[in-house]
Design a protein around this ligand. Structure first.
Ligand SMILES: [Zn+2]
Length: 261
C-alpha cells in the first residue's frame, strides 16, 4: 500500500521549477496513507506507473472503448469504461457514417505504412550511424531561468554532434500549462568539406522505456548552417512526456543516415 513516503517521492520531482508537473495536493499530508486516502485528500495523479499499487492502478488504468475499431476515440480510466460503452454513439452510426470513419482510419494506416517503408529504405543506405544519447537538464542564466536539455558531444559517421531539447518550446511558464511537449535540434560541431545531407531519427534506447512514435527528419548540414530548427520530439502523449521530465536524464538512441548523391 502507498504510504507518506510515496507522496514525498512524487512531490520531489528533479526540477524545482516544474513542481506542478507531477502531483497537486489539496490538503497537507500526515502519516501513512493508502493510495485511496491520497485520492480522498485531493492528490491528483498525473500518471500511474510510479504508483504501482494494485487497486489504484486497476481503477485508473487508461482503457479504450470496445468500439475503437469503428472509430470511437474515447479513452479514460477503467472504472468509467462501462458507463461510456453503454452510451457510446458509435455502434448506432449508419453504414455511410461508418464508411467515412473507416476511410479516415485507412488513410492514417497508409501514412504509418509509408513511414515504416521509409525507415526500411533508409536502412539500406551505405552510411548509417547510431548511438545512445543522454539529454541532461540545465538552466539558462536568464533572469527567469528556463529548463533545457543538452547531450554531451558524440561522434556518429565520423562527425561530432550535439543534441539540445527544450520543454514547450521554452514558453515562459511551462509549469502553468498541463500539456507538455519536447522539441529538439541536432547540431553539427565538426567542420565539413562538403554539404552533409542527412536523415535522422530518435528512437527509444536499449535501457529506458520511452514511447516514441518515430518521425524521420532531414537536413543538409554545412559549415554555415550547422544546426537544425527545433522539431517536435514525437513522444506519444503529454503523460509520457511528464514521465520523461520526471526522470533525471532522457536516454534515447539517435540514428543518422547520410544521403549520398
Ligand atoms: Zn465509444
Amino acid at each position: 500500500m502507498a504510504t507518506g513516503r510515496l507522496c514525498t517521492q512524487l512531490l520531489s520531482g528533479h526540477d524545482p521549477g516544474l513542481p506542478a508537473l507531477f502531483v497537486s495536493v489539496g490538503k497537507p499530508l500526515k502519516g501513512p496513507r493508502t493510495a485511496w486516502d491520497l485520492r480522498e485528500l485531493g492528490v491528483r495523479l498525473h500518471w500511474q506507473e510510479p504508483m504501482a499499487t494494485q487497486p489504484l492502478e486497476a481503477a485508473t488504468k487508461v482503457t479504450q472503448c470496445k468500439y475503437k475499431r469503428i472509430g470511437c476515440p474515447w479513452h479514460g480510466p477503467f472504472h468509467e469504461l462501462t458507463v461510456h460503452e453503454a452510451a457510446c454513439a458509435h455502434p448506432t452510426k449508419t453504414g455511410n457514417e461508418l464508411m467515412e470513419i473507416l476511410d479516415e482510419m485507412d488513410q492514417s494506416h497508409r501514412k504509418e505504412m509509408q513511414l515504416y517503408n521509409s525507415i526500411f529504405s533508409l536502412l539500406s543506405f551505405e552510411k548509417i550511424g547510431y548511438t545512445e544519447v543522454q539529454f541532461r537538464p540545465y538552466r539558462t542564466d536568464d533572469f527567469i531561468t528556463r529548463l533545457y536539455y543538452e547531450t554531451p558531444r558524440f561522434t556518429v559517421l565520423n562527425q561530432t554532434w550535439v543534441l539540445k531539447a527544450r520543454v514547450n518550446d521554452s514558453e515562459r511558464n511551462p509549469n502553468l500549462s498541463c500539456k507538455r511537449t519536447l522539441s529538439f535540434q541536432l547540431l553539427l560541431k565538426s567542420k565539413v568539406t562538403a554539404p552533409l545531407e542527412c536523415s535522422f531519427l530518435l528512437l527509444k534506447g536499449p535501457y529506458d522505456d520511452v514511447r516514441i512514435s518515430p518521425v524521420i527528419y532531414h537536413f543538409v548540414f554545412t559549415n554555415e548552417s550547422n544546426e537544425t530548427d527545433y522539431v517536435p520530439l514525437p513522444i506519444i502523449d503529454s503523460v509520457e512526456c511528464n514521465k520523461l521530465l520526471a526522470a533525471k536524464n532522457i536516454n534515447l538512441r539517435l540514428f543518422l543516415f547520410q544521403i549520398q548523391k
